[in-house]
Design a protein around this ligand. Structure first.
Ligand SMILES: Cc1cc2nc3c(=O)[nH]c(=O)nc-3n(C[C@H](O)[C@H](O)[C@H](O)COP(=O)(O)O)c2cc1C
Ligand SMILES: CCCCCCC(=O)C(=O)O
Length: 386
């Protein structure tokens, strides 16, 4: 049976023929190379975060104070990283988190399709953002047989929300991820210092501009009057959700409903009671609120509160080791954020797939060396706060 770790042999094998990876295999080199290659406006938006970015930095740094203990004399020649989620058998517990400017991460402006193709090529699901340069239907198609999830930024216009969800269902997405932490944008100095907010320049609004409900409310189509369409988007983006909205959200779809941005155990309990099918523990990569606890440090409390409900996690994952630590702390599946957008920036779909394969190879080899043949073994081994 092939293992994700075999990617290491492929890299060394290519090295014998004098070929080195086009995209770096480690995050530090990847980030340095990608941010040098990106246009400044995209780089600042992707790399930046809220305030002085201490929460963002802490998200990644906090993985250092969690450690795992290797077990010996365990046969790990066969390893199984597959996971069941919402009745789907996924080949690995890794997915691509929604990134609203994915479209801009490739020079052709079709980064969303490139990420979808990377999903198709690797079997790693993509959570497609509402904020996309290509319509969700086209993105879904580009994912091939790999399941995808649709991330909903809930508009104030309830009919528009219903339309977006219905389109996502019709397009074949397997679940709806409702983001709770971004009805308004956090304070982002890098973008403020350059007066740059991509959406206000008409980027990544294709799902709105292509939507029949959104279009029906415009005097003239977005193609003829983009400024008016952008103004309408500004007016409708970001409904403030409360727990009272849960029955309505639930009524929009029969697909699994996943609530993104849950960090407090009480909120996790409330989400489960209100009918959420999964909790998505995330602090939005430190982009929305500064001054927070690192996301990975909040994961154990959320997992305990969620009980049997699956918990997805992101924020600060930079390596395969981080992936295994998050699984050890109870995550059912782990979201990759900025690293895959850097892969896109350096080599499109191939670069994105390479980043995902490297993360999976490192995770798989760590499991092999640490004596964890399955994800159940990872979870049983756990991680210790050092
Ligand atoms: C450039 C950028 C755009 C993002 N856009 C969205 C989005 O459209 N919807 C959403 O729910 N989260 C969005 N996020 C948050 C990610 O889904 C994820 O929570 C975050 O990237 C995790 O942090 P990390 O990248 O530092 O690991 C975005 C993140 C970045 C970096
Ligand atoms: C008013 C738009 C809010 C930002 C949406 C994209 C996102 O989640 C992020 O940049 O982070």
């Amino acid at each position: 049976m092939p293992h994700y770790g075999d990617y290491q042999n492929a890299i060394y094998g290519a090295g014998l023929a004098g070929i080195v990876p086009k995209v770096p295999v480690d995050f530090a080199t990847l980030a340095a190379r990608a941010t040098a290659a990106m246009p400044a406006s995209v780089r600042d938006y992707v790399q930046g975060g809220c305030g002085d970015e201490r929460t963002q930095d802490r998200n990644a740094a906090a993985f250092d104070h969690w450690g795992m203990t290797p077990r010996m004399m365990v046969d790990c020649t066969a390893r199984d990283l597959s996971v069941e989620l919402f009745g789907l058998r996924l080949p690995s517990p890794v997915f691509m988190a929604p990134i609203g400017v994915t479209g801009l991460c490739t020079p052709d402006g079709h980064g969303d399709l490139a990420a979808a193709r990377a999903a198709a090529g690797t079997g790693v699901p993509l959570v497609a953002s509402t904020l996309s340069n290509d319509p969700l239907e086209t993105v879904a198609q580009a994912m091939g047989d790999t399941p995808g999830f649709f991330q909903l930024y809930t508009p104030k216009d309830r009919d528009l929300a219903a339309s977006l969800v219905a389109r996502a269902e019709a397009a074949g997405f397997k679940g709806i991820v409702v983001t709770l932490d971004t009805w308004v944008t956090g304070w982002r100095p890098r973008d403020l210092n350059t007066g740059n907010f991509p959406q206000l320049r008409g980027h990544v609004l294709t799902n709105y501009f292509s939507d029949p409900v959104f279009r029906a409310a415009l005097a003239r189509p977005p193609e003829d009057d983009p400024a008016a369409a952008i103004r309408q988007w500004m007016g409708t983006f970001g409904k403030v959700l409360t727990w009272d909205d849960m029955p309505w959200l639930r009524s929009l779809t029969k697909l699994p409903l996943i609530l993104k941005g849950i960090c407090h155990p009480d909120d996790a309990r409330r989400a489960v009671d209100a009918g959420a099918d999964a909790i998505y523990c995330s602090n939005h990569g430190g982009r929305q609120a500064n001054g927070g606890i690192a996301a990975i440090d909040m994961l154990p409390g959320v997992v305990a509160a969620a009980g049997a409900t699956p918990v997805l996690f992101d924020s600060g994952i930079r390596s395969g080791t981080d992936v295994v630590k998050a699984l050890a702390l109870g995550a059912t599946a782990v979201g990759i954020g900025r690293p895959y957008s850097y892969g896109l920036a350096l080599d499109g779909a191939a670069g994105c797939a390479h980043v995902l394969r490297c993360l999976l190879a490192e995770a798989d080899l760590l499991m092999a060396v640490n004596g964890y043949p399955t994800l159940a073994a990872v979870r049983e081994a756990g991680a210790v706060r050092m």
